[in-house]
Design a protein around this ligand. Structure first.
Ligand code: FES
Ligand SMILES: [Fe+2]
Length: 396
């Protein structure tokens, strides 16, 4: 017997195999990238989703799979509020219902006379310049909210330009990066933080709060923004508000990170940086309203994007390290890393559990179509249900 295979996975190995709970809203695309009458594919943990914008401007999200022969619907066309498969011309509405068939089978037939064919659809909404999809149990999409960003919800919202980063690494690596300031060495050119000191952290519900003390006076951005030696910017609060991440420094500089896991090696990241008191570099006068977007564009281009580029590069290196040495223990000294991993594992297992029960319930209710949340395979859920049944039989 091969005892090697029996060895339980370490927490790190485990988290790197997991997706994120579908029972949250995920930023999938920037609104501006999906024009009327167009479609595009996005992926939530190995589940391809077709996003399309009808003539009315409304966005729909359905499985990117024609049930006829499993072609990608996004290779077809959008007409009115429907998407039409390129091959035999089957139409699908935003609910995933087949509403038209161009050939003999459906020709001249009204919707009620067509064969009853449907694919999964997902709740979708647009906010903060992003298209958000709820990949899990649609019944929860009403109560679970997109995180509120007060600076963008107020009467005069702060200007921002989302930054879309395609990361070649598992999402947990990005989380462990953004909350671990011990990697100041990597950013020795831009110096976003110097001499960081972790003051403390705590978990409240599904949020982990972290307090850092750090010297920001060396940061080229802080210097350019006219902040006096980073005074008042020594304390930074970060959070992992499952499944989102963010930070706040003196209510002036904030960021949000919205990640969408694609698979074990790829993650789509949308960063929203919020820069409060913008001043014109070097002359230190407030930036007039009409110029703010331009200044943000310049700040993104010259500082934030190159800085994030250092992180995405190093995380692709970490991914390579993991592929080469999957079972060698890390020498991890930052306690936050473990806390994050615990919460990610807990939330993913909760999702698998509730979706397995939902699937079982749909079958018992003899529903015509059994749909479970994106990101889970039928096998995964079957195995999980089997495990639950075995536990029940054993009285556990
Ligand atoms: S494969 Fe889509 S209509 Fe035939
Ligand atoms: Fe970094």
């Amino acid at each position: 017997m091969n005892t090697e295979e029996k060895k339980p996975k370490s927490r790190r190995e485990l988290v790197r195999t997991m997706g994120q709970s579908g029972n949250y809203w995920y930023a999938m695309e920037e609104s501006k990238n999906l024009k009327k009458g167009k479609s595009l594919e996005v992926i939530f943990w190995k589940s391809p989703i077709a996003l399309f914008r009808g003539e009315s401007g409304k966005v729909s999200a359905i499985e990117n799979r024609c049930p006829h022969r499993q072609l990608r619907l996004t290779s077809g066309i959008v007409e009115g509020e429907e998407i039409i498969c390129q091959y035999h011309g089957w139409n699908f509405d935003g609910c995933g219902k087949c509403t038209g068939i161009s050939h003999e089978l459906g020709k001249g037939k009204g919707k009620s006379e067509l064969p009853n064919i449907k694919i999964n659809s997902y709740p979708v909404q647009e906010k903060y310049g992003l298209i958000w999809v709820f990949p899990g149990d649609p019944a929860l999409s009403e109560t679970v909210k997109i995180p509120a960003i007060p600076q963008l919800d107020q009467a005069e919202p702060w200007e921002f330009i989302p930054i879309d980063v395609k990361l070649k690494a598992h999402y947990s690596m990005m989380l462990e990066n953004v909350c671990d300031f011990n990697h100041a060495f990597l950013h020795r050119k831009f110096k976003p933080f110097t001499n960081p000191h972790l003051k403390g952290y705590r978990r409240e519900g599904d949020t982990i709060w972290i307090d850092y003390e750090t010297d920001m006076s060396q940061s080229s951005a802080v210097k350019t923004a006219g902040e006096k030696k980073g005074a008042g910017l020594e304390d930074m609060t970060l959070w992992y508000q499952y499944p989102y991440q963010g930070s706040n420094t003196a209510d002036k500089y904030l960021h949000w990170l919205f990640m969408t896991p694609i698979d074990e090696k790829n993650t789509r990241c949308f960063f929203v940086f919020l820069l409060g008191p913008l001043e014109i570099p070097f002359i230190n006068k407030p930036v007039p309203k009409f110029l703010r977007k331009t200044v943000i564009w310049i700040a993104n281009k010259l500082y934030i994007i190159p800085l994030l580029g250092e992180d995405t590069y190093i995380l692709s290196e970490e991914m390579l390290g993991q592929e080469r040495h999957p079972d060698i223990q890390h020498l991890e000294f930052n306690p936050i890393v473990g806390e994050f991993q615990k919460m990610s594992i807990e939330k993913w297992e909760e999702y698998v559990h509730t979706e397995a029960l939902r699937k079982k319930q749909q079958k018992e209710d003899k529903q015509r179509y059994v749909f479970t949340g994106a990101g889970l395979t039928k096998k995964e859920l079957r195995d999980y249900n089997k495990m639950l049944e075995e536990k029940e039989v054993a009285g556990l």
